[in-house]
Design a protein around this ligand. Sequence first.
Ligand code: LHQ
Length: 258
Amino acid sequence: MSGLVVTREGGIMRITLDRPEKLNAIDGEVARKARLAFEEAALVHDVRVVVLTGSGRAFCAGQDLADPAVAPGSDLGMTIEHFYNPLIRAMRALPKPIVARVNGVAAGAGANLAFAADIIVAARSASFVESFSRIGLLPDSGGTWMLPRLFGYPRAVGLAMLGERISAEQAHAWGAIWQVVDDTDLDRACDTLAATLAQAPTLALGAIKTAFEASANSTLSAALDFERELQRRLGASRDYREGVEAFAAKRKPAFEGR
Ligand code: LHQ
């Protein structure tokens, strides 16, 4: 697929933004294909983790600013409604873990795509920039929701208003990403992580994601109720049975994601 490469192997779906000459800037078509890939990941049992990354020196430079669809005066709301919002919704609704392998700069919607993943691993040379305010926009693709949660209000509003680029190390020091690794270790770190997640009890991981999402706007009491219902379902899963049996037998569990 032009602009996007999707592969599947060993329980892992890899989605690679692939327009390196434009730092993997995306347009509506690439966003649509990425959304379809996440929807496919939700439906296919054999996919137990998704790794999102970019080819070349960048992760993603956000919307392709040369795309006529976003020329000044055009209806940006339409582009967002048709392409970006469905993509972010598909990522957050996927009941399976998403690893962002941030191999280089992540700018604008590209940064917020990374932040919409569950586990963010960045190369030491990578960076994040909420570049929207530099061109007279506000952070979209979930940025206004995600940034205060990941960074806390003071840093989120600073990032959004100033549009300054921060290093992967800074993002890690601020607690917004899982891990920063040397560039040469990025593949090893992400492959290990993806392999671990691909053998994890997928239903439980999906429930964690669903419950965290729901808790963002709920009371503790409502979260307790929700946990009860999700745990009830997980208690009936094959993986719970396997987990308990493996624990008793002092062996490694072989989870199937069922
Ligand atoms: C690009 C881009 C790019 C095209 C680099 N487009 N060519 C959603 C939908 C609706 C409305 C609007 O908004 C959105 C969401 C958004 O994402 S809005 C925000 C869009 N993104 C940006 O504003 C980021 C623009 N890019 C940059 O600030 C820099 O390029 C970064 C910080 C990403 C990287 O800087 P450098 O490493 O110095 O690289 P560079 O600037 O030299 O870029 C390399 C090439 O990539 C260059 O092309 P050229 O032909 O001169 O080599 C750039 O024009 C091209 N490029 N981003 N978004």
